[in-house]
Design a protein around this ligand. Structure first.
Ligand code: SAM
Length: 319
């Protein structure tokens, strides 16, 4: 049975997503259906809920959890990168809200058996969608030093990216690195003990996170979905994104800034030639973090960051 955790920042999500009865809301990352239950309760009985997840376990689990609202619920196994295709297939033009709670579910980390955690000894899979072609073990066993180092550096911001990449390529000549434990052990051996003792996180944290991001092409998908979600929002519709590390948050922040900006022309030009109008208003001037009491009760919420925008009506969208 999947193990899921409490949804992160439920009060803040309720505030910024601001669902009302009868609305159409997309949860692009339905996961353990915690936020989904909250949304369904608010838009019932005449609303429409579209829950998307690329993990089949999550869709199965959500079907159970959302049974009380079954007539108004569509659950779709898909990548949120294909949000517009999902809506087209359902014949839905515009929606009143989109929630994205990026990252791993408690089930994926602790109960999926797919090697997301360096504390377990499991096949190094890390695919959220098990139909995807490339697992983490394929990357570890075949990628060259340059590619591995780039993954660790770009997605994990790992200072020892080159050292780890070279060691993996050497080690895999004679050892099996297709499981999470041997990979985690190798990384631990490469970090001087004194330095490891000073670090707040396990030495393999960044490598595991980087691999997961690469396997699931997480940053690419996030970049893809933000403008797509805004395109499909009705005027006054809200997009609320929860992210878990600085790379994701930077993408969200820049996309929101970009979509809320109007004309970019040189002010010395006599008239605008770029034709850009703001599409959204940013609701969160600064990133919103969870309250201390939530972090105490739910440590998984510790690094959550929330940002939200509201879609402007055509008459508000002036340069
Ligand atoms: C943090 S959990 C969501 C938890 C959920 N909000 C709740 O209340 O239980 C993230 C979920 O998003 C899914 N996910 C991550 N990236 C995705 C993507 N690109 N497309 C679809 N689902 C994705 C994962 O499979 C996972 O189930």
């Amino acid at each position: 049975m999947p193990r899921y955790h409490t949804p992160c920042m439920p009060t803040e999500v309720a505030r910024y997503l601001d669902c009302r009865p009868g609305e159409t809301i997309v949860d692009g990352t339905v996961g353990g259906a915690g936020h989904a239950r909250m949304i369904c309760a608010r838009i019932a009985p005449d609303g429409l809920f579209i829950g998307i997840d690329q993990d089949k376990d999550a869709i199965r689990h959500a079907r159970d959890k959302l049974a009380p609202w079954a007539p108004m619920v569509h659950l779709i196994h898909a990548n949120f990168g294909h949000l517009e295709r999902v809506l087209d297939d359902l014949g839905i033009e515009g929606v009143d809200g989109v929630l994205l709670d990026i990252g791993l579910s408690g089930h994926q980390l602790q109960g999926s058996g797919r090697g997301f955690s360096f504390t377990k000894d499991e096949p190094l899979d890390m695919r959220m969608n098990t139909d995807d072609p490339t697992a983490a073990a394929d990357i570890i066993q075949t990628a060259d030093v340059k590619t591995l180092a780039k993954i660790f550096r770009d997605y994990g911001e790992e200072r020892r990216a080159g050292v780890f990449a070279r060691a993996i390529v050497r080690e895999r000549e004679h050892a099996d690195l297709s499981r999470s434990r041997p990979l985690a052990d190798l990384i631990v051996r490469l970090v001087p003990r004194r330095e490891a003792a000073r670090q707040k996180i396990h030495p393999a944290t960044r490598v595991f996170m980087a691999l997961r991001i690469a396997v699931n092409r997480e940053l690419e998908r996030l970049q893809q979905v933000l403008p797509a979600a805004v395109r499909r929002l009705n005027a006054g519709g809200r997009l609320c994104v929860l992210s878990f590390h600085s790379l994701e948050d930077r993408i969200v922040k820049h996309a929101f800034r970009d979509m809320s900006a109007g004309c970019r022309c040189d002010p010395r030009l006599p008239a605008c030639v770029c034709d850009r109008t703001p599409q959204v208003r940013v609701l969160t001037r600064r990133v919103v973090r969870p309250q201390a009491d939530e972090v105490a009760a739910n440590p998984m919420a510790r690094s959550t960051r929330l940002r939200a925008v509201v879609k402007l009506a055509a008459e508000e969208a002036v340069r």
